[in-house]
Design a protein around this ligand. Structure first.
Ligand code: NAI
Length: 601
């Protein structure tokens, strides 16, 4: 394993005469960097100055064969510190803003001087040194900057109003410089250390103090400053040989008004406070654009709510290529088939998502909410007996291979089909980052025994299934499912209903064996249609509508029979072993038809 070296690099470390700064300086020098050891050498509360401590670290480095030069300026003269690097070593590559003091007092007793001095050393000092280094970094299109914050800033600490506010200001500064420096190869990160030093000697118990060695933190800072490290804009906490990343999260929140024309009253806020502060699905945002996109989405949903007078539930989810690949495998994709390979290999030139991937979010969203309870408020029938009756989905934008998405879903209506109640749920999935709607769909659930409640039988929301033409299929594709198909699909879809794996529970549901998820068969059929009529190209998929007729037992063989009518492919899927249809009245609309050259169709 290659060692991380800094041979041609020049590093400036402020406050490097003691504590953490000294540990950084020694480690950088031992890895070949030329080091400017800055230290004013004042007291712990910012009084006086002394050249000795910077000199002693420089001597220590030199005695070990390293390169270092001392600088004794106050960080408020940051330009002079950077000049020392340029004058002695001709460049600067890395700046570690580390110098710091304390003036702890309760806010009631804190003087203006206590406040100003702390703000000056930590915030203004770090800014001044960084401002002086910035043009060099920009010009050479390379730089690494560390700001030193504190848990006292992130969480607050009694007696440190001045210090904690200054330390949090550095987080804000780093956030913005990470953005502004990105195009110039400048990475800016924040370290949150906890170390035994002059600053903490009377704060932490002695036995703990001796374990909090600065040398256990310096390797983390070195890595963040290495050219191989791409971390940028992060807050990294480290102590005792441990390191972790911190970030802010925001609750899902909720709309405080029902329509865009309503005003918001303090009572609306009070009545929604539990939702405003519910952190169950709290989310981290990487950029301000993501947050704005989210707000625009909330505005859009308000407009929809106005027109339909029904409220949306939201469900947020992040996924990576690992999840899309697992989904592809769960719906039968195999490396043996070149049309499937782009779904299951992240480095494939055409790496893509099986277009029905987002269909999993409809059921997931519904099951995570009280939507069904509301839909069936007329009956005490257990929703555990509900069946997935039909599914529609349309793709509006290409599905990214990784994203944070929000699925909004709402109850459209509950229909009374005498023996059963039929619940129509509209769902749409948006990319949180861009605010763009990617897919829209409709889930139809059938709840046996919940009908006859005097409701209407039909609705304009229903998307009809369509029977195929009365001729022999134009094409068919046969594929055996695996006995483990449902076991894999559970993991891929998050639908962990034991009916799909537990023989006892399946028996209680009236099935001889655990059954495959209807949506899994839908994924198989989608791949089959794309193979025959689109040369496997997922970009040609527009929409799908299916009716689930009978369950499939994992291990059975599926045959998808297809009829082409212009760009609409009607299909039905049959279980070969007993010749019984499992998907009927189904169709996929394609954007275009691209047949394989040797096709006879
Ligand atoms: P330390 O007191 O051992 O080292 C700080 C050094 O900064 C001292 O040598 C001091 O002379 C120098 N310094 C102070 N004001 C200066 C100025 N105006 N110009 C130039 N040099 C100046 O303290 P420690 O613990 O090593 O702290 C390093 C940094 O880590 C500080 O920013 C501190 O706030 C921060 N920090 C430390 C924690 C800890 O547990 N030790 C916890 C969280 C943050």
């Amino acid at each position: 394993m290659s060692k991380l070296r800094f041979d041609s690099r020049v590093v400036v470390i402020t406050g490097a005469g003691a504590g953490l700064g000294r540990a950084y300086a020694l480690l950088f020098a031992s890895r070949g960097a030329k080091v400017v050891v800055n230290d004013l050498g004042g007291g712990r509360h910012g009084d006086g100055s002394n050249k000795k401590i910077a000199d002693s670290v420089v001597n220590e480095i030199k005695s070990l064969g390293g390169h270092a030069v001392a600088n004794y300026d106050n960080v408020l003269d940051g330009d002079k510190i950077i000049k020392t690097a340029i004058d002695n070593f001709g460049r600067i590559d890395i700046l570690v803003n580390n110098a710091g003091i304390l003036r702890d007092k309760s806010f009631a007793k804190m003087t203006q001087e206590d406040w100003d001095l702390i703000q000056d050393v930590h915030v203004k000092g770090a800014m001044k040194a960084t401002k002086a280094a910035w043009p060099f970094f920009r010009q050479q299109k390379y730089g690494r900057i560390i700001f030193t914050s504190s848990n006292s800033g992130l969480y607050g600490n009694f007696g440190q109003a001045n210090y904690s506010s200054a330390k949090m200001a550095l987080v804000g500064l780093a956030n913005t410089l990470a953005i502004e420096g990105q195009s110039s190869g400048i990475n800016t990160n924040v370290i949150i250390p906890t170390a035994g030093s002059r600053l903490t000697e009377d704060i932490v118990p002695p036995e703990f103090f001796k374990e909090l060695k600065p040398e256990l933190i310096s390797p983390v800072v070195l890595w963040l400053c290495h050219e191989e490290c791409t971390e940028n804009g992060s807050i990294i906490e480290s102590a005792l040989g441990w390191a972790g990343k911190c970030y802010l999260v925001r609750s899902n929140g909720c709309n405080l008004r029902k329509t865009i024309n309503d005003s918001v009253t303090p009572e609306n806020v009070r009545d929604n406070w539990d939702k405003v502060t519910d952190m169950t699905n709290a989310q981290h945002y990487n950029t301000i654009t993501e947050v704005t996109g989210e707000l625009m989405g909330a505005l859009e949903s308000l407009s929809s709510e106005k027109s339909t007078n029904s409220s949306y539930y939201t469900f947020k989810h992040s996924y990576t290529p690992k999840d899309t690949i697992l989904y592809a495998l769960a719906v039968g994709a195999t490396i043996k088939d070149p049309y499937d390979f782009p779904y299951i290999y992240e480095n494939h030139d055409n790496f893509a998502v099986v277009p029905t991937f987002y269909v999993i979010y409809g059921p997931l969203g519904c099951l995570s909410s009280d939507l069904f309870q509301k839909a069936l408020s007329h009956t005490d029938i257990n929703i555990a007996g509900s069946l997935h009756g039909e599914q529609y989905m349309k793709i509006l934008k290409k599905i990214p291979t990784e994203a944070t998405v929000e699925t909004r879903f709402r109850l459209q209506t509950t229909l009374d089909k005498e023996k059963s109640a039929v619940v129509l749920v509209e769902h749409e999935t948006l990319d949180v980052k861009t605010g763009e709607k990617l897919t829209t769909g409709q889930l139809v659930a059938v709840i046996k025994g919940a009908g006859n409640f005097g409701g209407k039988r039909n609705s304009e929301y229903e998307i009809p299934t369509i029977e195929p033409p009365k001729r022999k299929p134009d094409a068919s594709y046969t594929q055996q499912t695996s006995v483990d198909q449902a076991a894999i699909y559970r993991l891929a879809s998050g639908d962990m209903n034991p009916l799909h794996i537990d023989p006892n529970l399946a028996a209680m549901g009236g099935f001889d064996h655990p059954i495959l998820h209807g949506l899994c068969s839908l994924g198989f059929a989608t791949r089959h249609v794309l193979k025959i009529f689109a040369q496997g190209n997922p970009d040609l998929f527009d929409s799908i509508k299916v009716r689930f007729v009978k369950p499939v037992i994992p291990g059975q063989t599926l045959r998808t029979e297809m009829w082409r009518e212009n760009k609409r492919i009607h299909f039905q899927t049959i279980v070969v072993e007993n010749n019984s249809p499992v998907i009927a009245g189904a169709y996929i609309d394609l954007k275009d038809i691209v047949m394989s050259p040797n096709s006879k169709l």
